[in-house]
Design a binder for this molecule. Structure first.
Ligand code: ZN
Length: 160
């Protein structure tokens, strides 16, 4: 069985930067299961996996346009410290979930200085070329419920 729309693929993966720095890996945790055709994974990786089947190993380089987008300087903003009410101490590296017109957005605090906080709304992997190494462990039909929800249930997927 091949990976295509409405199939569930279970993969082992690691992803590194162009310099070889490990960003994320399924090694040591559970494999990742995704429902093909529903934007569960970055587009560049999904399109590289379409047509592959169990046992296939895929190495693919995904540029930012096919992953988390280019780095956008306009998404870096300064806000007053007083905007962070209820947060005991605002520190560099903290991440917050904010509502944006495009849905929930992760913002990262990059600087705290003189009662002003610099926040970066770019995805932490924006502007980064991703080097994936993937092994396809399993390909199966998705259930009707999974297709209705747009994601995988059970092992490697959503538990609800
Ligand atoms: Zn569901």
């Amino acid at each position: 069985m091949q990976i295509e729309k409405n199939k569930v693929a279970v993969i082992d993966y690691s992803v590194k930067t162009a310099e070889g720095q490990m960003i994320d890996t399924s090694e040591g945790t559970e494999p990742l299961a995704f429902l093909c055709g529903f934007h569960n994974i970055v587009p560049g990786l999904e399109s590289a996996l379409v047509g592959k089947s169990e046992g296939d190993q895929v190495e693919v380089v995904v540029n930012p346009d096919e992953a988390y987008g280019q780095y956008n300087q306009e998404m870096v903003k300064e806000v007053p410290l007083s905007a962070f009410q209820g947060v005991e101490k605002v520190e560099e590296g903290m991440q917050f979930q904010a509502e944006s017109p495009n849905g929930p957005q992760l913002i990262t605090v990059t600087k705290v200085e003189n009662e002003m906080v610099t926040v970066d709304g770019n995805h932490p992997l924006a502007g980064i070329e991703l080097h994936f190494d993937v092994t396809v462990k399993q390909v199966r039909d998705a259930s009707e419920e999974e297709i209705a929800h747009g994601h995988v249930h059970g092992e490697g997927g959503h538990h609800h």
